[in-house]
Design a protein. Structure first.
Length: 224
């Protein structure tokens, strides 16, 4: 992706629903990350309206946070909500705009929308300090059995093209950039909210399978 956009979703309803839908997963990401170094610099890739960094700061704390996103309207909302927290949000097409020397980077349901995974991995590698870690979480990949149904449904309300990446594609791009990579079934032991069937989750069992089996954490560590 090389151009800024206004929003990720074609409707305001879909765009504004994302923070509430993702909050419980952000809490699990923070738990899985463990304690950050004192005074840590943290990068949120695909920050949207900024909720993850605000939650991370309010629950775990850090020295400085930077969120980067293509969606200019979302970034404006994020900056307005930052308050006195040591966080800034940028609308940018390249992570270099955020600077370098980060201790940790995070993304949630972002890598599946990145066409050039090799370029993405190289940018994250350059943004992290030696020993820094990137946690990327997604269930949107070709190995998820629901992906053939999901992909056109997501494309219908997405303002950007939706690529077709596999687990091997994502892990391979991170390894090729120089990262040490590990993968976990992210929510394998976590209770999963069960609000009932939806367009993307036809049954409660589908929801459980997606979140506990196909929601993956790619942990990429820059050797230090």
């Amino acid at each position: 992706m090389t151009a800024l956009i206004d929003t990720w979703a074609t409707t305001a309803e879909a765009e504004n629903a994302m923070p509430a839908e993702h909050a419980w997963i952000w809490r699990e990401m923070i738990r899985a990350a463990g304690p950050l170094p004192e005074g840590a610099r943290v990068l949120d890739i695909g920050c949207n309206q900024g909720g993850f960094l605000r939650l991370l700061h309010d629950t775990a704390g850090f020295g400085q946070g930077v969120g980067v996103d293509l969606a200019q309207e979302a970034v404006a909302i994020a900056n307005a909500a930052a308050g006195s927290r040591p966080i800034r949000y940028l609308a940018a097409t390249d992570l270099a705009a955020a600077g370098a020397g980060f201790d940790a980077a995070f993304s949630h349901e972002v890598v599946y929308l990145i066409d050039d995974l090799a370029d993405h991995a190289a940018q994250v590698f350059a943004a992290l300090k030696p020993g820094g870690r990137y946690d990327a979480v997604t269930c949107c990949h070709r190995d998820n059995p629901l992906w053939p149904t999901w992909r056109p449904a997501i494309q219908a309300y997405s303002t950007v093209p939706v690529p077709d990446h596999s687990v091997a594609d994502i892990a391979g791009a991170l390894r090729a950039a120089g990262f040490e990579v590990s993968i976990a079934r992210f929510l394998a032991a976590s209770p999963v909210p069960a609000p009932g069937p939806s367009a993307l989750m036809p049954t409660d069992l589908d929801r459980l399978e997606v979140y506990t089996r196909w929601k993956l954490l790619f942990r990429a560590t820059r050797p230090g």
